[in-house]
Design a protein around this ligand. Structure first.
Ligand SMILES: Nc1nc2c(c(=O)[nH]1)N[C@H]1C(S)=C(S)[C@@H](COP(=O)(O)OP(=O)(O)OC[C@H]3O[C@@H](n4cnc5c(=O)[nH]c(N)nc54)[C@H](O)[C@@H]3O)O[C@H]1N2
Ligand SMILES: Nc1nc2c(c(=O)[nH]1)N[C@H]1C(S)=C(S)[C@@H](COP(=O)(O)OP(=O)(O)OC[C@H]3O[C@@H](n4cnc5c(=O)[nH]c(N)nc54)[C@H](O)[C@@H]3O)O[C@H]1N2
Ligand code: SF4
Ligand SMILES: [Mo]
Length: 694
């Protein structure tokens, strides 16, 4: 109901995290006045967190980009859209002519809509002629996507958040939902208070541990050993589902043979988790009638993150706990549309719905629709792009809504890559660490200013509606991408995002029945059949692999890429803070900055005392690749030997510390295991560098 004190109320979808809360934005004089949860939002059921509800002031912040900017000397000058677009088209056209289309690469934004990301990959593939397109799922849940496809067939959660309410037990592995997915975190707390048997597995004692029946603190990078220990006990104690294994799976024998080697005692040796706790976790999961597993970056951002996702699938397959209400595998996908940007084919090796660029029939269908010839070879992943830039093989990048100079690992290398490029276009809503290296900056629109769809962590495609207009001359991302594509000689022929969704549905069987009308207020969970039937639960009868069987994998535990030694004796784990969001461009420009103004390094009292570090004192943190300075916070939420911080503040530049080690299969960076040396600073400067100007 519209409150008469306000001009309008617009129902839309939150642009922060992958929970996908439906919001009611109240608008007056073209500014958002307040945001309330939509009571019928299927993922939020009337709740929001402090980002969705309060962190909207960035939208009218005076530092929003409001005109195109073109590099001039060491700074930028304002330019008209005509001039900026003409320059982008001319420079990209010239580089393509001189060095070929593969000398150009693009990144799509997982903060933007499906339609934006679809337009971005079409721009790169059809207007430029390269498969060099990727998105930040690369640095996030790419191992989840890779391994779910191998084990079950599809790249998405097998169920929905509602399964949390129906489960008897839940394992939360390497995820911190009360900070990163607060509405889902609250749902887990509620369920635990009602009797859900919650097991948390995290090197830190995360808040949810206080609500659970069991908390395991493995050493960072040892998840595989813990999961093998659980599988070992499940098999040893007869807690497996023989009928399910026989009828619906393959590979059990080989997988069980590997797990046989991981007795709870052996697992204790590797991971530091007491053998009795491994046994207890296995019993809680195995004995529950319905049990789900939720996981996050504590699983994926590791050297062997993909293997760990396979081992999660193994224990679900062994116990038959998949494809039923309450028995779901729930990857806690990060950004509002990181599921969608990958679904849309903003990846170097796949078109929409993960169909290979080398698949002749699929490639032909896109060629026919777009009227161009398309390359069949896969393009570069994000880290390959940076390597190629430094080596001089990549000449230009088009970076749409991603602050790689702050959020990607190995900052010094990323900056070197950006500096090596002949031409860099950035399309963002603020100046960022990355736009500092741009030749052209295009001012775009936030989620409050555009229409389209986002896909949440449950595969739910939901409508996004504009509440306000873009500031100044800023334009919607969709409009900008279409304009640039046209200037490059490829007219996509769309008027609106809805036109793009029609094309996506026509070219993508898993989206066949998606229309804006059917999405309505509640959205649809893909795959969506031509008649509009969607899928709350996947694999009820069979898996989406040839033969229909789920596949267990025989993968032993392998050590992390980095390890503590005498020079770097502590392990740094990085993650998130409730009040801030990734690069922080948005949340640092809201009142959330008052709630959390400066980051700190969490360190255990024993380590702090040994190193002569007092609470609040500035410390120097050095890794094999870089060094930062940050205040210490002494806390026993962290285990001795580990330290923790986030990456939201450009003043801290956490990612100077993270090296090149990455998941073997997907190149997802090993953000979670960095050996460091922490020391008190010889003296605290009288004037500490001031934080973001707001
Ligand atoms: N407030 C807020 N919310 C966000 C974001 C944000 O920046 N701020 N970002 C969004 C994005 S992009 C994402 S991807 C999600 C991420 O959401 P999460 O995956 O929940 O985020 P993280 O805090 O990075 O990591 C989760 C946990 O993994 C643990 N961990 C690290 N190493 C290991 C290990 O070896 N084993 C185990 N078992 N655990 C380990 C860490 O201690 C941490 O508590 O959050 C989204 N939501
Ligand atoms: N040390 C460490 N580093 C990490 C991680 C970690 O756990 N530890 N996590 C990694 C993970 S999981 C992720 S996903 C990445 C995230 O890293 P990024 O994707 O770089 O971060 P975001 O802040 O989500 O958004 C990127 C940019 O998009 C812009 N933006 C927002 N909305 C829009 C829009 O609608 N249009 C346009 N054009 N721009 C928009 C923002 O201003 C911002 O500059 O960080 C990674 N970095
Ligand atoms: S939980 Fe996530 S989707 Fe929901 S309001 Fe918070 S940030 Fe937005
Ligand atoms: Mo992420």
């Amino acid at each position: 109901m519209i409150d008469s004190r306000f001009d309008t109320t617009v129902t839309t979808t939150c642009g922060y995290c992958g929970v996908g809360c439906r919001l009611e934005a109240r608008v007056r004089d073209d500014a958002v006045v307040s945001i309330a949860p939509a009571l019928d939002g299927p993922a939020n059921e009337g709740h929001t967190c402090l980002k969705g509800r309060f962190a909207h002031r960035f939208s009218r912040h005076r530092e929003r980009l409001t005109t195109p900017l073109i590099r001039e000397g060491h700074g930028f000058r304002r330019a008209s859209w005509e001039e900026a677009v003409a320059l982008v088209a001319e420079r990209l056209g010239a580089i393509r002519a001189a060095d070929g289309p593969d000398a150009i690469a693009g990144l799509a934004s997982s903060r933007a809509t499906n339609e934006d990301c679809y337009a971005m990959q079409r721009l790169m593939r059809a207007a430029i002629g390269t498969n060099n397109i990727d998105n930040c799922s690369r640095v996030c849940h790419s191992p989840t996507s890779f391994s779910l496809r191998k084990a079950f067939g599809l790249s998405g959660a097998t169920g929905s958040f509602a399964d949390i309410d129906r489960a008897d037990a839940l394992i939360v592995l390497g995820a911190n939902p009360t900070e990163a997915h607060p509405v889902a975190g609250a749902r887990i707390k509620q369920a635990a208070l009602r009797g859900l048997r919650l097991v948390t597995i995290d090197p830190r004692r995360i808040e949810l541990a206080d609500y659970g029946v069991l908390h395991l603190s493995p050493r960072p990078g040892t998840n595989a050993a813990v999961l093998h220990g659980i599988a070992h006990v499940l098999v040893r104690d007869g807690l497996i589902d023989e009928a399910f294994l026989a009828e619906r799976t393959e590979g059990f024998g080989e997988a069980a043979a590997v797990s046989a080697g991981y007795t709870p005692e052996a697992v204790e040796e590797i991971s530091g988790v007491p053998a009795a706790d491994v046994e207890a976790a296995a019993r809680i999961y195995g004995e529950a009638r319905e049990a789900s597993i939720a996981w996050g970056l504590g699983v994926t951002e590791h050297r062997h993150g993909s293997d760990v996702v396979r081992l999660i699938c193994n224990i679900a397959l062994m116990t038959g706990k998949v494809g039923r209400p309450g028995s779901a595998l729930l990857p806690m996908r990060g950004q509002n549309n990181v599921q969608g940007s990958s679904d849309m084919g903003a990846l170097p090796d796949t078109f929409t719905a993960y169909r290979s660029v080398g698949d002749e029939a699929v490639a032909r269908s896109f060629e026919a629709a777009w009227g161009v010839e398309l390359p069949r070879e896969r393009g570069m992943k994000i880290p390959e792009m940076f390597d190629a830039a430094v080596e001089g093989r990549l000449k230009a990048m088009y970076i749409f809504g991603e602050d790689v100079a702050q959020t990607d690992p190995n900052t010094a290398h990323v900056v070197a890559a950006l500096e090596s490029l002949d031409f860099l276009v950035c399309q963002d809503i603020f100046e960022t660490e990355t736009t500092k290296y741009a030749d052209v900056i295009l001012p775009a629109s936030s989620f409050l200013e555009k229409s389209g769809t986002f896909t949440n962590a449950e595969r739910r495609i939901q409508l996004v509606a504009p509440a306000i207009t873009p500031p100044g001359e800023a334009r919607t991302d969709f409009d900008i991408l279409l304009t640039v594509s046209r200037a490059l000689g490829h007219d996509m022929g769309f008027e609106t995002p809805e036109d793009a969704m029609r094309e996506i549905a026509a070219l993508t069987p898993d989206f066949a029945g998606v229309t804006y009308e059917r999405l309505g207020r509640a959205g649809l969970q893909w795959p969506v059949a031509p008649d509009g039937t969607d899928a709350k639960i996947l694999y009820e009868r069979e898996f989406s692999l040839p033969g229909g069987r789920g596949r267990l994998a025989a993968l032993p535990y392998k050590e992390p890429g980095d390890a503590a030694d005498a020079d770097f004796p502590l392990i740094l784990v990085t993650g998130r803070r409730l009040q801030h969001y990734n690069a922080g461009t948005m949340t640092r420009r809201t009142a959330n900055l008052d709630l959390f103004a400066e980051d700190f390094l969490e360190i255990h009292p024993e380590d702090a005392e040994r190193l002569w570090i007092g609470d609040g004192e500035l410390v120097s943190v050095r890794s094999r690749v870089g060094r930062i300075e940050i205040p210490a916070k002494v806390t026993d939420r962290i285990e001795p030997g580990h330290v923790f911080t986030a990456f939201h503040f450009p003043e801290v530049r956490t990612n100077l510390l993270v090296g090149a080690s990455a998941d073997v299969h997907t190149s997802c960076p090993e953000y979670k295991v960095v050996a460091v040396d922490v020391r008190p600073m010889p003296e605290v400067p009288a004037e500490r560098p001031v934080l973001a100007q707001v």
